[in-house]
Design a protein around this ligand. Structure first.
Ligand code: GLN
Length: 477
């Protein structure tokens, strides 16, 4: 362990090791963390709020859409400004049982709608690698907190890429687990058939460790599966000689007529180099086809908005959060509350989602989207008959400038073109740093595996990471 490194710059498992050897105590970590936060948070603005902890434990940052008992949890929305959950999400309970404390709640796009963290009702978060750029989203606060060494590690949520895309933009590791691997109980729902909670960390080992803590069956989430949790740390010990990796040709030649062009040249190059590195490590790489890729974005924005419009119906001023009191009847109160409480992107999604579910359009849009979703899932099932994992870019570009895509929702939606399919298919996917652009912005490599094979993801990601320098580089803030 290089002694000159401040504690805040170490990984979670490095810190736990030092504690075990009795070289440091938890108070030392908390002190180092708080100094770091004081120095950079004013610039990065990763946190929606910090929590007062009366107990001491290993600090972790948590996205502001995961319920913490007695602690405001707002989804970065005005409509939940004064909502204080009466219970802990299952992942929070698991973290607490494992000796963690929640250091603070991270900023996000309102209700997780977005890819830049600019849809927060509070303020935008900035990318630690370049403060004029977005950190990605919607878990942008979690990614920025980890990248800027303000947090040892963090939890986020991923419905269409919200862990992986910000991880890629900020140069950290982010995992979306298999649908059903981690309990969604206490995660404020965006699209219930797509949402998963997962960790954002400084390296793959930390990610494997946190995933093993938060995973497992939960009777409170009927979609969580009762399957044994793998030994994720142990899976890192295996090399990747002979594993079969597929590279989907559609991801490198996205069809212009679906509006899906625009894989940045530097990203392409970095991913190609990463693939060469995986070959050097003994993986057998060949081209695979995921023929329905070009429909993913369209399908996602029907399914996700339909589910969101239904999930957000509960925020009506009656039971939770904001209530506008100046209305003279119930319907007017609903309207005024929702008008005042939701930001523009939330309103856009509610309108879109309500439309695709409405009489006369339900079959044409929603039901059709479900059929295509099944085809996208089948593409993966077919591919995984032959391959152990699939490797792609995480995002078509590096972090874009603040404000750059704010006026153009479609351009914003397209930044998830590579991450959305894994949610639609329910399979796990991880983003690991795989290089930097000439301007010094991180690039992410996405690895996808078959359902419940997180071990394969960690194993491949770790072997790649250990052979490359990217995870060791730090932004100068
Ligand atoms: N950026 C995508 C969206 O806006 C995905 C968000 C997410 O995964 N929560 O819907």
């Amino acid at each position: 362990m290089p002694a000159e490194k401040p504690l805040y710059a170490l990984t979670g498992l490095e810190l736990l090791d030092l504690i075990k050897q009795k070289k440091i105590g938890i108070a030392d970590i908390l002190e180092s963390q708080s100094l770091r936060t004081k120095a950079v948070e004013g610039k990065v603005k990763a946190f929606a709020r910090f929590t007062d902890n009366t107990t001491s434990g290993i600090p972790i940052a948590v996205k502001d859409n995961i319920c913490i008992q007695g602690q405001p949890t707002t989804c970065a929305s005005k409509i939940l400004e004064n909502f204080i959950p009466p219970y802990d999400a299952t992942v929070i309970q698991r973290l607490k049982n494992a000796g963690f404390i929640i250091q603070g709640q991270t900023n996000m796009d309102e209700f997780a709608f977005g890819s830049s963290c600019e849809n927060s009702a509070f303020f935008p978060t900035r990318n630690p690698w370049n403060l004029d750029c977005v950190p990605g989203g919607s878990s942008g606060g979690s990614a920025a907190a980890v990248a800027g060494d303000e947090a040892v590690w963090a939890l986020g949520s991923d419905t269409g890429g919200s862990i992986r895309q910000p991880a890629s933009f900020c140069g950290v590791v982010g995992l979306k687990p298999t649908y059903g691997r981690v309990s969604r109980y206490g995660l404020i729902a965006f699209a219930s058939s797509l949402d998963q909670i997962g960790p954002l960390t400084k390296d793959v080992r930390d990610n494997a460790y946190l995933t093993s803590i938060i995973s497992g069956h939960d009777p409170r989430d009927s979609t969580s599966l009762n399957l044994p949790v793998g030994d994720y740390l142990k899976s890192l010990e295996k090399d990747i000689k002979g594993i079969k990796i597929g590279v989907p040709k559609e991801y490198f030649s996205l069809s212009a007529n679906a509006g899906l062009e625009g894989l940045d040249g530097e990203v392409k190059e970095a991913v190609e180099e990463a693939i060469a590195q995986l070959r050097k490590l003994g993986a057998v790489v060949s081209e695979v086809s995921l023929p329905h890729t070009e429909y993913a974005v369209g399908v996602y924005y029907i399914v996700a908005t339909a589910e969101a419009s239904s999930n957000l119906a509960r925020f009506d001023g009656v039971q939770y959060g904001l209530r506008v009191r100046s209305a003279d009847n119930l319907i007017a109160m609903y309207k005024k509350t929702r008008q005042a409480g939701f930001g523009p992107e939330a309103k856009r999604r509610i309108i879109l989602g309500t439309y695709v579910l409405s009489h006369g359009y339900y079959e044409a849009y929603y039901v059709r989207a479900l059929k295509v979703r099944a085809l996208i899932a089948r593409d993966f099932t077919e591919a995984f008959k032959e391959y152990d994992c699939i490797v792609t870019p995480t995002s078509p570009t590096t972090a874009f400038g603040l404000g750059e895509k704010l006026e153009n929702p479609l351009a914003m939606y397209l930044s998830d073109v590579y991450t959305i399919s894994a949610n639609l298919a329910g399979v796990p996917a991880i983003s690991v740093p795989c290089g930097f652009s000439k301007k010094g912005l991180p690039i992410g490599l996405q690895i996808t595996a078959k359902a419940f094979d997180e071990e394969m993801l960690f194993r491949t990601a770790y072997n790649y990471e250990q052979a490359t320098p990217w995870h060791k580089l730090k932004p100068k803030i």
